[in-house]
Design a protein around this ligand. Sequence first.
Ligand code: G
Ligand code: G
Ligand code: NA
Ligand code: MN
Length: 253
Amino acid sequence: YQMGSDLQAALDNGEFQLYFQPKVGLHTGRPTSCEALLRWLHPQLGFISPAEFIPLAEDLGLINRIGRFVLEEACQQIARWREQGEEINVAINLSARQFQQGDIAEQILECLKQHNLPAHLLSVELTESCFLYCPEETKEALNTLRSQGIQVAIDDFGTGYSSLSYIRTIALDILKIDRSFLVNLEASEVDRAIVTSIIEMSHVLGLQVVAEGIEHQSQVTILKQMKCDQLQGFLLARPMPADAFINWYKHQN
Ligand code: G
Ligand code: G
Ligand code: NA
Ligand code: MN
């Protein structure tokens, strides 16, 4: 089946939609922000995971168009919520190809300006692969974004093949510990040692820590003892369409 040619048309046909999943403060229990996650509703195949179509979009040279769509939709959504009196920080995911392009920071700043939004309402999430594939472009873009007040998070931390040295030289705000280190937290002493170390290192560096993929209360209990800062996962809430998200959000406070 040729999913690739469908991907070309999907943008024009309005088949992409953003879902939103909250991040919650571990001590307050309150939502702090949310992550925008792209969904493709294919007319024949139903929902297709971004884990499938993002790599395809990268191969086909479509990731920059998709990335612009995500940025625009996220900013529109932040603006709509703001009009309703809710200031909610939204994090978008960026792929290495978007940094490679060289003008991602300018695109983001321009979009915020067009929607008259303060920079603190947008965050970006990137994986360590960006430091492997295009370190110079990534560093420059992150410096620009951070200097303007946009928060920067490293996603899937601990699973990349890049060296850790970027963490000394690049100013960041948030580390998101990959789900794979958290799934066996209760049973695995090794995983607990790894997670404890990541949290301690992050705090020395002045970074907030988000634990991803939290599904069980036992994980919450352990992460609280470890002084983790924020949680994200199905236990708290699944990714939701914008209307469901804001409804959930308003019932949290
Ligand atoms: O939401 P889900 O678990 O299906 O996401 C699967 C993968 O796709 C995750 O690695 C997630 O970061 C990535 N992803 C989701 N939305 C986007 C997006 O808008 N842009 C990019 N580059 N990746 C995304
Ligand atoms: O790579 P990234 O962290 O952006 O990927 C987020 C992905 O993880 C999204 O596709 C989202 O749907 C998924 N996700 C979010 N919370 C959970 C969870 O508690 N369990 C599992 N298995 N997946 C989750
Ligand atoms: Na992410
Ligand atoms: Mn992740």
